[in-house]
Design a protein around this ligand. Sequence first.
Ligand code: 6PG
Length: 237
Amino acid sequence: METNISKTPQAVAEAFADHFIALARANNTLSVALSGGSTPKILFDLLAEHHANSIDWSNVHFYWGDERCVPPTDGDSNYKMTVDHLLSKIDFPEQNVHRVLGENAPEKEALNYAEQITGDLPSVNGLPQFDLIILGMGGDGHTASIFPHEIELLDSENVCAVATHPESGQKRITLTGKVINNAKEVCFLVTGAGKTEKIDEIFHQSGDWKSYPASYIQPAFGKLTWFMDEAAAEKLG
Ligand code: 6PG
Protein backbone atom coordinates (compact mmCIF):
# COMPACT_ATOMS: atom_id res chain seq x y z
CA MET A 1 0.00 0.00 0.00
CA GLU A 2 1.25 3.47 -0.87
CA THR A 3 0.26 6.92 0.27
CA ASN A 4 0.54 10.08 -1.80
CA ILE A 5 -0.02 13.19 0.30
CA SER A 6 -0.51 16.65 -1.23
CA LYS A 7 -1.20 20.03 0.32
CA THR A 8 -4.70 20.76 -0.96
CA PRO A 9 -7.59 18.92 -2.68
CA GLN A 10 -6.56 20.62 -5.93
CA ALA A 11 -3.02 19.26 -5.51
CA VAL A 12 -4.42 15.79 -4.78
CA ALA A 13 -6.35 15.95 -8.05
CA GLU A 14 -3.20 17.08 -9.86
CA ALA A 15 -1.13 14.24 -8.39
CA PHE A 16 -3.75 11.68 -9.36
CA ALA A 17 -4.24 13.21 -12.83
CA ASP A 18 -0.50 12.81 -13.53
CA HIS A 19 -0.70 9.20 -12.40
CA PHE A 20 -3.79 8.55 -14.52
CA ILE A 21 -2.31 10.11 -17.67
CA ALA A 22 0.90 8.05 -17.27
CA LEU A 23 -1.18 4.90 -16.84
CA ALA A 24 -3.31 5.66 -19.90
CA ARG A 25 -0.17 6.27 -21.99
CA ALA A 26 1.38 3.01 -20.84
CA ASN A 27 -1.66 0.87 -21.74
CA ASN A 28 -3.43 0.25 -25.03
CA THR A 29 -6.75 0.10 -23.28
CA LEU A 30 -7.73 1.11 -19.78
CA SER A 31 -10.94 0.11 -18.02
CA VAL A 32 -11.66 2.56 -15.25
CA ALA A 33 -14.40 2.57 -12.61
CA LEU A 34 -15.14 6.15 -11.57
CA SER A 35 -16.59 7.41 -8.33
CA GLY A 36 -18.73 10.35 -7.32
CA GLY A 37 -17.67 12.83 -4.70
CA SER A 38 -15.95 16.16 -4.36
CA THR A 39 -12.37 15.30 -5.32
CA PRO A 40 -13.31 13.54 -8.59
CA LYS A 41 -15.18 16.71 -9.53
CA ILE A 42 -11.95 18.70 -9.21
CA LEU A 43 -10.12 15.93 -11.05
CA PHE A 44 -12.57 15.99 -13.97
CA ASP A 45 -12.29 19.78 -14.29
CA LEU A 46 -8.53 19.47 -14.30
CA LEU A 47 -8.47 16.67 -16.89
CA ALA A 48 -10.83 18.67 -19.13
CA GLU A 49 -8.78 21.82 -18.84
CA HIS A 50 -5.25 20.46 -19.05
CA HIS A 51 -5.42 16.96 -20.51
CA ALA A 52 -8.03 17.08 -23.26
CA ASN A 53 -5.28 16.26 -25.75
CA SER A 54 -2.75 14.49 -23.51
CA ILE A 55 -3.94 10.98 -24.34
CA ASP A 56 -5.98 9.10 -26.90
CA TRP A 57 -9.25 8.98 -24.97
CA SER A 58 -10.60 6.28 -27.28
CA ASN A 59 -8.33 3.83 -25.40
CA VAL A 60 -10.14 4.55 -22.14
CA HIS A 61 -13.39 2.94 -21.01
CA PHE A 62 -15.35 4.50 -18.19
CA TYR A 63 -17.55 2.52 -15.81
CA TRP A 64 -18.89 3.57 -12.41
CA GLY A 65 -17.96 1.98 -9.10
CA ASP A 66 -21.24 3.23 -7.76
CA GLU A 67 -24.25 5.18 -8.95
CA ARG A 68 -27.31 6.68 -7.38
CA CYS A 69 -30.62 5.19 -8.61
CA VAL A 70 -31.79 8.37 -10.34
CA PRO A 71 -32.18 9.36 -14.00
CA PRO A 72 -29.03 10.55 -15.83
CA THR A 73 -30.36 14.11 -15.83
CA ASP A 74 -30.71 14.24 -12.03
CA GLY A 75 -28.31 16.43 -10.05
CA ASP A 76 -27.46 13.39 -7.90
CA SER A 77 -26.29 11.28 -10.84
CA ASN A 78 -22.57 10.46 -10.79
CA TYR A 79 -22.80 9.97 -14.56
CA LYS A 80 -24.20 13.51 -14.98
CA MET A 81 -21.42 14.94 -12.85
CA THR A 82 -18.86 13.24 -15.09
CA VAL A 83 -20.59 14.49 -18.25
CA ASP A 84 -20.82 18.05 -16.94
CA HIS A 85 -17.24 18.25 -15.72
CA LEU A 86 -15.37 16.03 -18.19
CA LEU A 87 -17.11 14.13 -20.96
CA SER A 88 -18.86 17.15 -22.50
CA LYS A 89 -15.51 18.91 -22.73
CA ILE A 90 -13.25 16.30 -24.32
CA ASP A 91 -13.33 14.09 -27.37
CA PHE A 92 -14.53 10.92 -25.67
CA PRO A 93 -16.23 8.15 -27.69
CA GLU A 94 -19.79 7.54 -26.56
CA GLN A 95 -19.39 3.79 -26.92
CA ASN A 96 -16.68 3.86 -24.24
CA VAL A 97 -19.08 5.27 -21.66
CA HIS A 98 -20.63 2.39 -19.73
CA ARG A 99 -23.01 4.05 -17.36
CA VAL A 100 -25.24 2.48 -14.73
CA LEU A 101 -28.85 2.97 -15.82
CA GLY A 102 -29.92 4.66 -12.61
CA GLU A 103 -33.42 5.19 -13.96
CA ASN A 104 -34.11 1.44 -14.10
CA ALA A 105 -35.42 -0.80 -11.32
CA PRO A 106 -32.41 -1.15 -8.97
CA GLU A 107 -32.34 -4.96 -8.53
CA LYS A 108 -32.68 -5.50 -12.26
CA GLU A 109 -30.04 -2.91 -13.07
CA ALA A 110 -27.57 -4.41 -10.57
CA LEU A 111 -27.87 -7.68 -12.52
CA ASN A 112 -27.66 -5.95 -15.92
CA TYR A 113 -24.60 -3.93 -14.95
CA ALA A 114 -22.89 -6.99 -13.49
CA GLU A 115 -23.56 -8.82 -16.75
CA GLN A 116 -22.12 -5.96 -18.78
CA ILE A 117 -18.97 -5.78 -16.66
CA THR A 118 -18.52 -9.54 -16.71
CA GLY A 119 -18.93 -9.56 -20.50
CA ASP A 120 -16.57 -6.65 -21.15
CA LEU A 121 -13.67 -7.22 -18.77
CA PRO A 122 -11.17 -10.06 -18.61
CA SER A 123 -11.93 -12.71 -16.03
CA VAL A 124 -9.10 -13.10 -13.52
CA ASN A 125 -9.42 -15.28 -10.41
CA GLY A 126 -12.97 -16.02 -11.55
CA LEU A 127 -14.00 -12.35 -11.38
CA PRO A 128 -13.98 -9.42 -13.82
CA GLN A 129 -10.85 -7.33 -13.49
CA PHE A 130 -10.79 -3.54 -13.83
CA ASP A 131 -7.48 -1.92 -14.72
CA LEU A 132 -8.23 0.92 -12.32
CA ILE A 133 -10.89 1.64 -9.72
CA ILE A 134 -11.14 5.14 -8.27
CA LEU A 135 -12.73 5.32 -4.83
CA GLY A 136 -13.63 7.96 -2.29
CA MET A 137 -14.25 7.46 1.39
CA GLY A 138 -17.21 8.98 3.22
CA GLY A 139 -16.98 10.50 6.69
CA ASP A 140 -18.59 7.27 8.02
CA GLY A 141 -15.92 5.05 6.45
CA HIS A 142 -18.03 3.96 3.48
CA THR A 143 -16.52 3.45 0.08
CA ALA A 144 -18.20 3.14 -3.31
CA SER A 145 -21.74 2.65 -1.94
CA ILE A 146 -20.79 0.04 0.62
CA PHE A 147 -21.89 1.60 3.90
CA PRO A 148 -21.09 0.36 7.42
CA HIS A 149 -24.65 -0.94 7.96
CA GLU A 150 -24.34 -3.09 4.81
CA ILE A 151 -20.72 -4.15 5.27
CA GLU A 152 -21.67 -7.68 4.14
CA LEU A 153 -21.65 -6.32 0.55
CA LEU A 154 -17.88 -6.60 0.77
CA ASP A 155 -18.25 -10.39 0.67
CA SER A 156 -21.12 -10.61 -1.79
CA GLU A 157 -20.85 -13.29 -4.45
CA ASN A 158 -22.41 -10.85 -6.94
CA VAL A 159 -20.44 -8.37 -9.01
CA CYS A 160 -22.91 -5.55 -8.28
CA ALA A 161 -25.45 -5.00 -5.53
CA VAL A 162 -28.20 -2.61 -4.53
CA ALA A 163 -27.24 -0.49 -1.53
CA THR A 164 -29.26 1.95 0.56
CA HIS A 165 -27.91 5.26 1.80
CA PRO A 166 -28.23 5.17 5.63
CA GLU A 167 -29.75 8.64 6.01
CA SER A 168 -31.63 9.47 2.82
CA GLY A 169 -32.70 5.90 2.04
CA GLN A 170 -31.62 6.54 -1.56
CA LYS A 171 -30.97 3.33 -3.49
CA ARG A 172 -27.62 2.94 -5.14
CA ILE A 173 -25.90 0.38 -7.33
CA THR A 174 -22.40 -0.50 -6.17
CA LEU A 175 -19.55 -2.77 -7.11
CA THR A 176 -19.06 -5.32 -4.34
CA GLY A 177 -15.89 -5.91 -2.34
CA LYS A 178 -14.51 -8.94 -4.16
CA VAL A 179 -14.62 -7.16 -7.53
CA ILE A 180 -13.01 -4.04 -6.10
CA ASN A 181 -10.26 -6.12 -4.52
CA ASN A 182 -9.71 -7.95 -7.82
CA ALA A 183 -8.70 -4.77 -9.67
CA LYS A 184 -5.20 -4.32 -11.04
CA GLU A 185 -5.10 -1.02 -9.25
CA VAL A 186 -7.25 0.85 -6.75
CA CYS A 187 -6.76 4.53 -5.91
CA PHE A 188 -8.53 6.33 -3.08
CA LEU A 189 -9.00 10.10 -3.38
CA VAL A 190 -9.68 11.42 0.12
CA THR A 191 -9.60 15.04 1.19
CA GLY A 192 -10.69 17.29 4.03
CA ALA A 193 -10.66 17.43 7.81
CA GLY A 194 -13.92 15.45 7.93
CA LYS A 195 -11.89 12.35 7.05
CA THR A 196 -8.96 12.76 9.49
CA GLU A 197 -10.32 10.56 12.30
CA LYS A 198 -11.31 7.69 10.03
CA ILE A 199 -7.99 7.78 8.18
CA ASP A 200 -6.20 7.68 11.54
CA GLU A 201 -8.23 4.67 12.69
CA ILE A 202 -7.92 2.78 9.40
CA PHE A 203 -4.18 3.29 9.06
CA HIS A 204 -3.45 2.52 12.73
CA GLN A 205 -6.08 -0.23 12.97
CA SER A 206 -7.52 1.42 16.03
CA GLY A 207 -10.95 2.47 17.32
CA ASP A 208 -13.79 1.22 15.13
CA TRP A 209 -11.67 0.53 12.05
CA LYS A 210 -13.19 -2.91 11.62
CA SER A 211 -16.63 -1.40 11.01
CA TYR A 212 -15.47 0.80 8.12
CA PRO A 213 -15.86 -0.74 4.65
CA ALA A 214 -12.86 1.28 3.41
CA SER A 215 -10.62 -0.72 5.80
CA TYR A 216 -11.17 -3.85 3.73
CA ILE A 217 -10.06 -2.49 0.38
CA GLN A 218 -6.86 -4.41 -0.15
CA PRO A 219 -6.46 -5.63 -3.72
CA ALA A 220 -5.10 -9.16 -3.41
CA PHE A 221 -3.05 -9.06 -6.60
CA GLY A 222 -3.10 -5.37 -7.39
CA LYS A 223 -1.76 -2.05 -6.26
CA LEU A 224 -3.42 0.24 -3.71
CA THR A 225 -2.65 3.96 -3.36
CA TRP A 226 -4.28 6.47 -1.01
CA PHE A 227 -4.12 9.97 -2.51
CA MET A 228 -4.86 12.36 0.36
CA ASP A 229 -4.54 15.99 1.28
CA GLU A 230 -2.70 17.13 4.39
CA ALA A 231 -5.96 17.67 6.26
CA ALA A 232 -7.14 14.08 5.78
CA ALA A 233 -3.66 12.68 6.50
CA GLU A 234 -3.00 14.95 9.48
CA LYS A 235 -2.69 12.13 11.99
CA LEU A 236 -0.44 9.94 9.88
CA GLY A 237 2.68 11.69 11.16
C1 6PG B 1 -20.72 8.61 -4.15
C2 6PG B 1 -19.43 7.98 -3.90
C3 6PG B 1 -18.95 7.91 -2.49
C4 6PG B 1 -17.94 9.04 -2.32
C5 6PG B 1 -17.68 9.30 -0.84
C6 6PG B 1 -16.71 10.44 -0.63
O1 6PG B 1 -21.23 8.47 -5.23
O2 6PG B 1 -21.21 9.29 -3.25
O3 6PG B 1 -18.83 7.28 -4.85
O4 6PG B 1 -18.41 6.70 -2.10
O5 6PG B 1 -16.77 8.73 -2.96
O6 6PG B 1 -18.91 9.60 -0.22
O7 6PG B 1 -17.22 11.61 -1.15
P1 6PG B 1 -16.44 12.99 -0.97
O8 6PG B 1 -15.14 12.85 -1.69
O9 6PG B 1 -17.34 14.01 -1.61
O10 6PG B 1 -16.29 13.17 0.50
